[in-house]
Ligand binder design. Structure first.
Ligand code: GUN
Length: 287
């Protein structure tokens, strides 16, 4: 095994073991954390993610409800479902899997989720709280990345952090977390000129691009911490395997620490969803 690997699977297992105590403490007070996951349509990748989220809840002792809606579901029906879940005391967290079908207005749907149940941290109130440095729910993927840094004692204060990707799900909240933590943060994206000139300065490099092996060894500063958020399925001609945004085999020889795909950020994302759901239940119980 690579010496400088950040093992997301092992860290996720460790955290999930620790959650058992919190779930048991809630159970002793008559509360079982509950998560509702809504999937509209039949996007195959989303189907896998939703299945994994629901089975992780089961393993953690969290009640889960999977709500599958047709791809042509009306926005009105989806909003009515969310209103029902907002009012359901057995549900502490609500997650609407993205992307939504094109005819549905994502922002309207995310804003309809009660901010107290927004375990994805995508509601404007929660995004605002994070931007102000006072987060309530932190989006699961960047939250998992910060936990990886903590576990490996990565010192980010004053360090150069470069995030590739500016999505609401990963890039933007990742940048906010790193800013709040004291790093000097640059956010790059598809329009960035001379990307490598930025990435080569990075002590911490987070790739959330969605392009297989996009980050090559020559783009990485020797000794950098490299976090690969990408989950790309290679074509059958290329072997059909899962592959990250980072050229792992080459970059692992340059980086001080690196996450693999699979087994890196992926298991941490679901783990932090469990954390946010437990947290939501604890807040409701006034813990
Ligand atoms: N689609 C891809 N990642 C995510 C995520 O973290 N949450 C939701 N709701 N949808 C996603």
């Amino acid at each position: 095994m690579t010496q400088n690997l950040i093992d997301g699977k092992a860290l996720a297992d460790e955290l999930r073991t620790a959650f058992k105590t919190r779930v048991a403490a809630l159970a002793a007070r008559g509360c079982r954390p509950g998560l509702a996951v809504i999937l509209a349509g039949e996007n195959p990748a989303s189907q896998v993610y939703v299945r994994n989220k629901v089975s992780a809840c089961e393993a953690a002792g969290i009640y889960s409800q999977k709500i599958l809606l047709a791809a042509d579901v009306s926005q009105e029906t989806l909003l009515a479902k969310i209103a029902e879940l907002n009012a359901n005391p057995a549900i502490h967290g609500i997650l609407v899997q993205l992307p939504l079908p094109r005819h549905i207005h994502e922002e309207t749907v995310l804003e309809a989720i009660s901010a107290e149940k927004d375990v994805d941290g995508f509601h404007a109130e929660n995004v605002g709280a994070l931007a102000q440095g006072n987060p309530r729910f932190i989006p699961c993927t960047p939250y998992g990345v910060m936990k990886m840094f903590e576990a490996h004692k990565v010192d980010w204060v004053g360090k150069e952090a470069v995030v590739i990707g500016r999505s609401n799900i990963v890039g933007k909240p990742m940048a906010l977390l790193l800013i709040n933590a004291g790093a000097t943060v640059t956010v790059c994206h598809s329009k960035t000129r001379d990307l490598a000139s930025h990435t080569r300065r990075a002590d911490i490099l987070v790739a959330a691009v969605g392009k297989p092996r996009f980050v090559t060894a020559d783009m990485v500063k020797p000794g950098a911490v490299v976090i690969d958020v990408g989950i790309n399925r290679l074509s059958p001609e290329e072997g059909g395997k899962l592959c990250g945004d980072v050229d792992f085999e080459a970059v692992k020889n340059v980086a001080a620490l690196i996450t693999p795909v699979p087994g890196g950020v992926g298991p941490m994302t679901i783990t932090m969803l469990l954390a946010n759901t437990i947290e939501a239940a604890e807040r409701r119980m006034g813990a």
